[in-house]
Design a protein around this ligand. Structure first.
Ligand SMILES: [Cu+2]
Length: 456
């Protein structure tokens, strides 16, 4: 039976509970906390975001409103960005641009209609907290029950260091440490030496083992939540179909090895051999020998010991990106504004920026609501930059001048010397972060804003 408001008003004593239950559904709860991991036999204090049952992150179904009560259980302030969702700007979680930080002990309610499905994530957008694993999955499924008879597994990837992230940043900016690392043989594709690549908090010494069925189908939802590491995903003898990037469907591509830049996501469907076995899905650092992995195991397959050192991952180019296509023709607004942004810096004192200037939330360009915008990014630096625009999805429309109907994304990697063109509809008014997702680049000047005309 459904009570009318008048019925509720008649039941005086019940009013407070009944009326709030009718007015708004209860939000899902998320708590930000510290937790203790063991990494390579040593204790490591990291952050995390979990729901009341202790599971990390959030799982939603398409059509659900985003209704979350987020509690900051830390002794310090933080701010959470829902990476992959396109909320109103006030819920976007970028201090200094869209919202005040969440103070220690504060609980804040986030409520907006969610139009996005797919593999997404949430992470701190404050200081260097992301390096301390302040991140979690955010999965929005198309349907309540799987459409395909398949198993699903979410893999959250992190680069881990026992060092203090503020000290790393100081060293990079001071030149001394960063310079020493380059002298020690680090390439320009990886400028920080990490202690481990974690896949769901585990190293290859003690990897997560995913039980799979012989001949079964597995959908891996991979999230590169690393602060400063691009990865190669290697299916190690298995073949998969890449079916989505950054939560958006692509025309399926057969893959055995493919790149996953910082902040990007990939959904891969794997059909397992019809026999007992154990297979390692490896996550190899670009420009370093360090790697992480998970084991897929069916039947009584034996698990071999695997080293966390592999062959140094090659520099990631744009060959794979140029193969990706949207599976349908996108309805986009006619392009009426063209912007060119040059990625610059990195030579003196680790100062990065745009068009020759280090920035921190400075408005790089303005757009007009309702227009189609084409944004060209050219990388004039010696490092690759995974560029992320908040509040919007963009389509990759050209690489080095060659046009194509590329993937719909929120983060695209621009390798050194390359030019990538994307297009998007200016359909979400506000002030939006536009930045490199390499945490140390972003905190050293590669952090700008895109503003809507008339907003600021
Ligand atoms: Cu960068």
């Amino acid at each position: 039976m459904r009570l009318s408001r008048r019925d509720v008003l008649k039941c005086g004593a019940l009013l407070p509970i009944a009326s709030s239950a009718l007015a708004t559904p209860l939000p899902k709860s998320l708590t930000i906390n510290s937790r203790l991991l063991e990494v390579k036999g040593k204790p490591a204090k990291v952050f995390g975001i979990s729901r009341p049952n202790g599971e990390p992150g959030l799982e939603l179904v398409y059509g659900d409103d985003f209704e979350v009560a987020l509690h900051n259980g830390l002794a310090e302030k933080t701010s959470i960005h829902w990476h992959g969702l396109t909320p109103p700007t006030s819920f976007d979680g970028v201090p200094g641009l869209s919202a005040a930080p969440l103070h220690a002990g504060e609980t804040r309610r986030y409520q907006f209609a969610n139009k996005r499905v797919g593999t997404h994530w949430m992470h701190s957008h404050l200081g260097l907290q992301e390096q301390q694993l302040l991140a979690a999955p955010l999965i929005v499924r198309e349907t309540t029950r799987p459409v395909f008879d398949e198993q699903e597994h979410v893999v959250m990837l992190h680069d881990f260091t026992f060092r203090d992230s503020a000290e790393i940043l100081r060293e990079l900016q001071g030149g001394g440490g960063g310079h020493a690392m380059h002298m020690a043989g680090m390439t320009m594709s990886a400028d920080i030496a990490f202690d481990a690549i974690l896949a769901n908090d585990r190293t290859l010494d003690d990897p997560a083992v995913v039980r799979v069925d012989k001949g079964g189908t597995l959908r891996l939802r991979l999230i590169n939540a690393a602060a400063a590491t691009n990865l190669w995903v290697d299916l190690g003898g298995l073949k998969g179909q890449l079916i989505a990037v950054d939560g958006n469907a692509v025309k399926p591509v057969s893959v055995s090895r493919f790149p996953l830049a910082m902040a990007q996501r990939a959904d891969v469907r794997i059909t397992l051999p019809n026999e007992s076995g154990a297979w390692t899905v490896m996550f190899q650092c670009e420009g370093a020998t360090l790697r992480g992995g998970i084991i897929l195991k069916s039947g009584d397959g034996a698990i071999a010991k695997i080293s966390d050192q592999g062959e140094e991952g090659a520099a990631i180019g744009l060959a794979f990106e140029s193969m990706l296509r949207v599976p349908y023709e996108l309805k986009r607004a006619k392009i009426s504004q063209r912007e060119m942004v040059v990625l610059t810096g990195g030579e003196d004192g680790y100062q990065w920026g745009f068009n020759g200037k280090p920035m921190m939330h400075d408005v790089l360009f303005r757009v007009k609501q309702g227009t189609g915008v084409e944004l060209t990014m050219r990388n004039n630096t010696a490092m690759a930059h995974p560029m992320h625009l908040h509040g919007h999805y963009f389509q990759v429309t050209a690489i080095n001048g060659k046009a194509f109907e590329g993937a719909l994304r929120d983060t695209v990697l621009i390798p050194p010397g390359e030019k990538v063109c994307v297009a998007f509809d200016a359909d979400n008014p506000g002030n939006w972060a536009f930045h490199c997702h390499h945490l140390y680049h972003m905190n050293s000047g590669m952090m700008a804003a895109m503003a809507y005309e008339g907003v600021i």
